[in-house]
Design a protein around this ligand. Structure first.
Ligand code: 1CP
Length: 347
């Protein structure tokens, strides 16, 4: 059990530490990044420490003008629209362009060496990064990005190829520094029709996962509103597919199995983050439903997207305790059901 966007936002100790610094400045300070990474581990007792960084940090590291505007998100000084813009997107050399990330991860890994807590490295997926580049900032409909995809498919292909290479280089460097799990956040890819995803995005995502295959770390693939893409996302090669809260996990399991039946595939998710703002008996009821639908084995408990800033940290702490306490019984019940499946009529 861990939570996407667990570092920061809802934690008072986080706000105390980085009240002033811009998030992209904070990630370049390895001591601060290490501290912010460990805060939720201490406070919540989660099984994973997601490194304090941002999906646009590598873009800033290769010299693209990116600022994170409070209350809005990453904004580009000059959006990416034409072939000439490709020249600005050079390959990344993590050890030279963002040495602070490796330093922060080594410090986190050292702090957690005597524990079972996983160090989770991450990168932005190629479509999601392309959207920030092409739109110039956060977008609801990704219309410039989709228009580029359709009017200049070759340029779009080259753009996604470069962004996939950026993600792969960054993730490999994070694993070398001590990350024991990696997650590719293709947060906004749910905006696409499955045929567009399959043609324009999936090959690039597959290149990222293939490039990580020999490293021996579990690879997680997550996007928002990807109910219709789950099978294709599984096919792209991850070991774990993250599911947002819109699709019950047992339904998601059927969808991915139709595409990937020949290897183990775990699911991650998927409590609606807004449930955490309800009274705890509601949180408990919904979390137990997620655990049961998750089926015990091959399930990483998480929220269906990031922690909302309004969340009371105590709720997340109680939620982690609940998942720990109730998982063994649910695991046993699910195992027994697999060993003795009910008669088909009784289902
Ligand atoms: O919260 C944490 O766990 C800290 C690490 C972290 C992570 C995992 C940050 C720091 N960013 C991210 C990932 C990230 N960044 C994603 C993927 C996860 C997701 O879908 O939420 C995305 C899409 C971004 C881009 C981004 N950066 C946004 C979203 C904007 C949009 O398009 O809606 C925002 C608001 C940021 C800024 C940012 N990054 C991180 C923090 C703590 C913040 C908040 C701003 C700040 O405190 O200054």
């Amino acid at each position: 059990v861990w939570f996407m966007r667990q570092a920061g936002r809802s934690l008072p100790e986080y706000r105390a530490k980085r009240a002033a610094a811009d998030v992209l400045e904070a990630v370049r300070d390895p001591e601060l990044a290490c501290e912010l990474t460990l805060q939720p581990v201490r406070r919540y007792g989660v099984d994973g420490a997601i490194v304090f960084s941002d999906i646009v940090a590598p873009l800033a590291a290769i010299g693209l003008g990116v600022r994170v505007v409070p209350g809005r998100g990453p904004v580009l000084d000059a959006p990416f629209r034409t072939r000439a813009d490709l020249a600005r997107l050079r390959p990344i050399e993590p050890a030279v362009d963002m040495p602070w990330l490796g330093t922060a991860i080594r410090a986190v890994a050292e702090e957690l060496a005597s524990s079972d807590v996983a160090v989770i490295g991450f990168a932005g997926g190629p479509f999601t990064l392309a959207s920030y580049l092409v739109e110039g900032g956060p977008s609801r409909d990704h219309v410039h990005t989709k228009t580029l995809m359709r009017t200049e498919p070759e340029l779009f292909d080259e753009l996604l190829g470069r962004l996939a290479a950026l993600a792969l280089a960054s993730l490999r460097a994070q694993v070398e520094a001590g990350a024991s799990v990696v997650q590719l956040f293709d947060s906004w890819v749910g905006a696409l029709h499955p045929a567009d995803y399959e043609r324009h995005v999936l090959p690039h995502v597959r290149a990222v996962f293939d490039g990580l295959a020999g490293l021996g770390v579990p690879r997680i693939h997550f996007g928002v509103a990807t109910g219709e893409l789950l099978g294709l996302m599984a096919e792209a090669g991850a070991d774990v597919v993250g599911v947002d809260w819109r699709v019950p996990l047992d339904v998601a399991r059927h969808r991915v199995r139709r595409y990937v039946a020949d290897r183990p595939l775990a699911l991650q998710g998927n409590l609606d983050p807004s449930v955490c703002l309800a009274p705890f008996e509601v949180v408990e009821r919904e979390a137990l439903d997620v655990l049961r639908r998750g089926g015990g084995r091959g399930h990483v408990f998480n929220l269906g997207h990031g922690v909302l800033p309004e969340t009371d940290p105590d709720t997340l702490k109680r939620l982690v305790a609940l998942v720990r306490e109730r998982s063994p019984a649910i695991l046993a019940a699910c195992a027994s059901e697999r060993a003795h499946p009910p008669e088909p009529e009784a289902r």
